[in-house]
Design a protein around this ligand. Structure first.
Ligand code: PAF
Length: 284
């Protein structure tokens, strides 16, 4: 695997190689990222990944400074998963001056759910993703469904700005006990790690209730929040939304074939905020 530290090196390495499939990351890689790299390998293209901890998507109160940087290990993992080229620019390369041109995604999609609890988060994500896409020029870019809203926000940016790249969704990788793999799982103590699958379990309970035709969706959401609270979590939201645009669905009916739903949740355990989601299969 080659490593490019600058945009010029990256473009040189890509010259004549054909357009790539691209997996952007912030490093501290785990099996979830490697699943995305393996998915990228299914395209008949070079596979490029990036490691860049993007300051723009962290609020001042968040963990930018302490976000785990595990570059050597990440390189071994990417190499083993079949990544051909890693773009790992220092901050001075990607943001040589304050990034005053930024992407402002639409409030209806970006200021709800994660955007409500992390104001400005998707501005930062969209700005860096647009810049990375411009650097790499891939034909396909892979984003995990674990960050469901991010996937939708990026897909809509690509559509509205007519960027010449296909956004591919990768399934969420989970531990055997159901916990969605996430870089932030590394912050959990052993006790918290045992408790952490409860978030996915609550979301699955809500999804199963909706799937089986239960009405009273706001009550289902509230009950899941209460259950998490009783277990010691501080939930931000549990929300039943449309898969297509994360809008609030017409309540109380089974998911229709043309309006598949997803249950999304975010909650903090100790000092670690986790997110997850479970898609609800449309009624037959
Ligand atoms: O999902 C992530 O790791 C980041 O949000 C991304 C897409 C690499 C942008 O910094």
């Amino acid at each position: 695997m080659r490593i490019a530290r600058s945009i010029a090196e990256l473009r040189l390495a890509l010259a004549g190689a054909g357009r790539a499939s691209f997996v952007p990351t912030m490093g501290n890689l785990h099996e979830g990222h490697l699943t995305l790299v393996r998915l990228a390998r299914e395209f008949d293209t070079p596979v490029v990944s990036s490691i860049f901890v993007n300051r723009l998507q962290f609020a001042p109160s968040e963990d930018f400074d302490t976000y785990p940087r595990t570059f050597e290990h990440d390189c071994e993992l990417l190499d083993g998963a079949g990544c051909d080229l890693l773009f790992a620019p220092p901050e001075s390369e990607l943001y040589p001056q304050p990034q005053t041109y930024t992407v402002l995604p639409p409030a209806a999609l970006a200021n709800i759910l994660e955007g409500q609890f992390r104001p400005g988060f998707f501005n930062g994500v969209c700005t860096v993703v647009l810049k990375l896409l411009n650097c790499v020029g891939p034909c396909a870019a892979i984003f995990g469904k674990k960050d469901y809203q991010q996937l939708l926000v990026v897909r809509e940016m690509v559509r509205q700005l007519a960027l010449p790249v296909e956004i591919i969704a990768g399934e969420t990788a989970r531990a055997a006990d159901g916990l969605a793999l996430s870089s932030r799982n590394g912050y959990l103590s052993a006790t918290q790690r045992n408790e952490a699958p409860a978030l996915a379990a609550e979301l699955r309970r809500v999804a199963a209730a909706v799937q089986s035709g239960a009405g009273g969706w706001p009550e289902l959401e509230a009950a899941a929040m209460r259950a998490l609270e009783q277990r010691g979590w501080r939930p931000d939201y549990v929300a039943i939304r449309r898969q297509a645009d994360l809008g609030v669905p017409a309540p109380g009916s089974r998911p229709a074939g043309d309006e598949p739903l997803v249950v999304l949740g975010a909650a903090t355990l100790g000092a670690t905020r986790l997110i997850d989601n479970i898609e609800i299969a449309p009624a037959a």
